[in-house]
Design a protein around this ligand. Structure first.
Ligand SMILES: [Zn+2]
Length: 474
């Protein structure tokens, strides 16, 4: 039986509708009928509230029992109000509002990019993160046999001409393991082989994929330290403790390097600069990450050491890592020179400790000791890392160093200064104390000659270019 209900819909202008609501109609069906009468679509209905009022103004539930058939006169009709909860459904933003929103969004996106860049390269770094960054190692590898290297490889490894570019990551790990065995420290300190392997793996996992300061650089520095010990013969005069200090310091010396140097850390007021009060923030961090890895029993190669020996090794390793901050270059060289002048002796603990620092420094900046085809790609890697830093400093309104500016630096001008003023004086000073440094110094001197030649050509080409421009504009 039909029951006609007359409605006055509160729209502009008001509209009149009649719906048939039989008594058996369910409440949801009544609502659907009312929405249909008011032309409210399915999607909009989800955010729209219905208000039905009797002619006297009282609110009624939208149900078949409440909505009794009524007269068609305006004074007898039920009024139907629609309240939309989502303003945007009825009010579209103006063009100016849209532009403002788009600008806000663009600014937010740029901020997010900056934040993710900062986090990926220099953001929330804490030493504690180190132990979380370790890939699972197949237990069979831990306990498995050692890599077998040929006698030729073992002999070559003891010289500066060994080519680290030829080896994969797992091979470099095995070569580092071999150095522990060959230098006698694995046996001397009863280091468990599976723990050494997990330690080396964790070290590798905590080097970042920077252009220069990456795991291969770590391997190169360890290798050159090892090669210097053998080339100069000092390997026979150092104690197992000295050798362990050098190995561990070289392995850990750039751990978790963010790819931006101390100047950036300090100027950008990064978390690292804050934690270490601007005092060698990177080197402090490298050492802290190293000793965090060594706190974990699974990777602690120093676990078997008696307390006094652990303390001695920890002190030596920290001293060597902190010595790699080039801001302390002059100070460390001056101390070593003083010892050399007064008569260097390995029997003096201060002399020896300074020698270990110098050997670490020699190894750290040793790329030009290597054959030209090995050394050359490293220059590109380092310059790319520098250029990216200066680009970022310019973008962030920070000061940048001329030697990192891609507008100013060329390979020859970068190398001539660094080799002539930093490398050669360092190696010549060490040669006053260690014998047979020639195989280390000779390639550096020939690299200097090579880059000086290139620099001359560069200057000649620039002068010719300038003369041609002058002629053309005359
Ligand atoms: Zn380094």
């Amino acid at each position: 039986m039909s029951r006609l209900v007359h409605l006055l819909i509160q729209a502009t202008p008001p509209r009149r509708e009649t719906v048939d609501i039989p008594e058996s109609t369910r409440a949801d069906e009544v609502q659907a009928l009312l929405f249909a009468a008011a032309d409210v679509g399915h999607l909009a209905a989800a955010t729209t509230a219905l208000k039905v009022r009797a002619p006297d103004g009282s609110l009624l539930p939208a149900s078949a029992t409440a909505l009794k058939p009524n007269g068609a006169e305006d004074s007898e009709r039920y009024t139907l109000d629609l309240c939309r909860s989502d303003k945007s459904l009825t009010t579209l933003p103006t063009a100016a509002e849209v532009t403002a929103l788009q600008q806000t969004l663009a600014a937010l996106r740029s901020d997010l990019d900056q934040i993710s860049l900062a986090q990926s390269k220099s953001g929330q770094r804490t030493p504690a993160n180190a132990t979380r960054r370790m890939t699972a190692i197949d237990p069979r590898y831990n306990a498995g046999p050692r890599y077998i290297f040929s006698e030729e490889t073992k002999t070559h490894l003891k010289t500066p001409t060994f080519d680290p570019w030829e080896w994969q990551e797992n091979e470099m790990l095995a070569l580092l393991e071999y150095m522990f065995v060959d230098l006698g420290v694995l046996q001397e300190f009863k280091i468990d082989l599976p723990i050494l392997r997990r330690f080396l793996q964790s070290i590798k996992d905590n080097y970042n994929l920077n252009h220069f300061h990456n795991f291969r650089h770590c391997f190169c520095v360890c290798h050159m330290m090892y090669a210097i010990l053998y080339t100069t013969g000092v390997v026979t005069q150092l104690t197992p403790t000295d050798k362990l200090i050098l190995l561990v310091a070289c392995i850990g010396h750039d751990l978790d390097h963010p790819g931006y140097n101390n100047a950036y850390q300090i100027n950008a007021r990064t978390a690292l600069a804050t934690i270490y009060n601007d005092y060698s923030p990177l080197e402090m961090h490298h050492a802290a990450v190293l000793f965090t890895i060594l706190r974990d029993p699974a990777t602690n190669i120093l676990a078997t050491l008696p307390e006094p020996q652990f303390k001695e090794i920890r002190k030596g390793v920290i001293r060597c890592i902190l010595a790699t901050d080039m801001a302390r270059h002059g100070e460390i060289l001056a101390t070593f020179k003083k010892y050399a002048d007064e008569g260097f002796t390995l029997d003096d603990a201060d002399h020896k400790s300074c020698l270990l620092q110098m050997v670490t420094k020699c190894a750290d900046i040793s790329n030009e000791v290597r054959p030209p085809d090995v050394a050359d790609p490293w220059v590109d890697c380092l310059l790319e890392e520098f250029f990216e830093q200066a680009d970022r400093e310019k973008k962030e309104g920070l000061p940048w160093a001329p030697f990192m500016d891609r507008e100013k630096v060329t390979k020859p001008n970068a190398q001539v200064g660094f080799i002539g003023f930093v490398m050669i004086p360092l190696y010549e000073l060490v040669s006053r104390v260690l014998p047979n440094m020639d195989p280390i110094i000779t390639p550096v001197k020939s690299a200097l000659t090579h880059y000086k030649g290139l620099l001359e050509k560069e200057k000649a080409a620039a002068a010719a270019g300038a003369a041609a421009t002058a002629t053309a504009s005359a």
